[in-house]
Design a protein around this ligand. Structure first.
Ligand code: S3P
Length: 181
């Protein structure tokens, strides 16, 4: 017998650049026949510009305003897997929305591993150097931890393994439910 999965609330993936938020959300969506959406990709399509161009034209503040708009939009849709940009936790209004609307999964990663995973850092305007990334990540850890309902360490783990851990945790939380069909 096959089974169908459903989401009771949106699932938001947070964590530093290179944590694997997009890959893991996509993998879970594929395994469980659910929908996943990447906030940055959605924002780029909506604006018709790359993230790098938005940063260059409107600065980080301009980007953060658009990011909050997109989060508000995605948070009020039918529950889906949402991979968020790494800086989504910076604004208190975003943190409040994540907590109120969804289940928040923090994928933990070190700056060193993130640097290895990101193939082209020119697409990440805030990943300027390893040293800067380390400081940014460390400063954000309390925000990531404070917003999280579920924390999964991603060091030395493949996407499949991380996805498996997240699926188990979401089922335990009662957010991901399986029913026979
Ligand atoms: C950012 C992370 C990026 C993107 C933007 C800013 C950040 O998303 O939103 O470059 O502040 O950490 P990813 O975490 O998907 O790389």
């Amino acid at each position: 017998m096959t089974s169908a999965f459903s989401l009771k609330r949106p699932v938001f993936f947070i964590g530093f650049m290179g944590a694997g938020k997009t890959s893991v959300a996509r993998r879970i969506a594929r395994v469980c026949s659910l929908v996943s959406i990447d906030m940055d990709t959605y924002l780029e399509r909506r604006e018709g510009k790359t993230i790098a161009d938005i940063f260059a034209e409107a600065g980080e503040e301009g980007f953060r305003a658009l990011e909050s708009e997109v989060l508000r939009d995605l948070a009020t849709r039918a529950p889906q897997m949402v991979s968020c940009g790494g800086g989504v936790v910076l604004r208190p209004e975003n943190r409040a929305l994540l907590k109120a609307q969804g289940c928040v999964v923090y994928l933990r990663v070190s700056a060193e591993t993130a640097a290895r995973r990101i193939s082209d850092i020119s697409t990440r305007p805030l990943f300027r150097s390893l040293e800067a990334a380390r400081a940014t990540n460390e400063a954000r850890v309390p925000l990531y931890e404070g917003a999280a309902d579920i924390i999964v360490d991603t060091e030395k783990k493949a996407v499949n393994a991380i996805a498996g851990e997240v699926i188990a945790a979401l089922q335990k939380e009662g957010v991901l439910c399986q029913s026979p069909r």
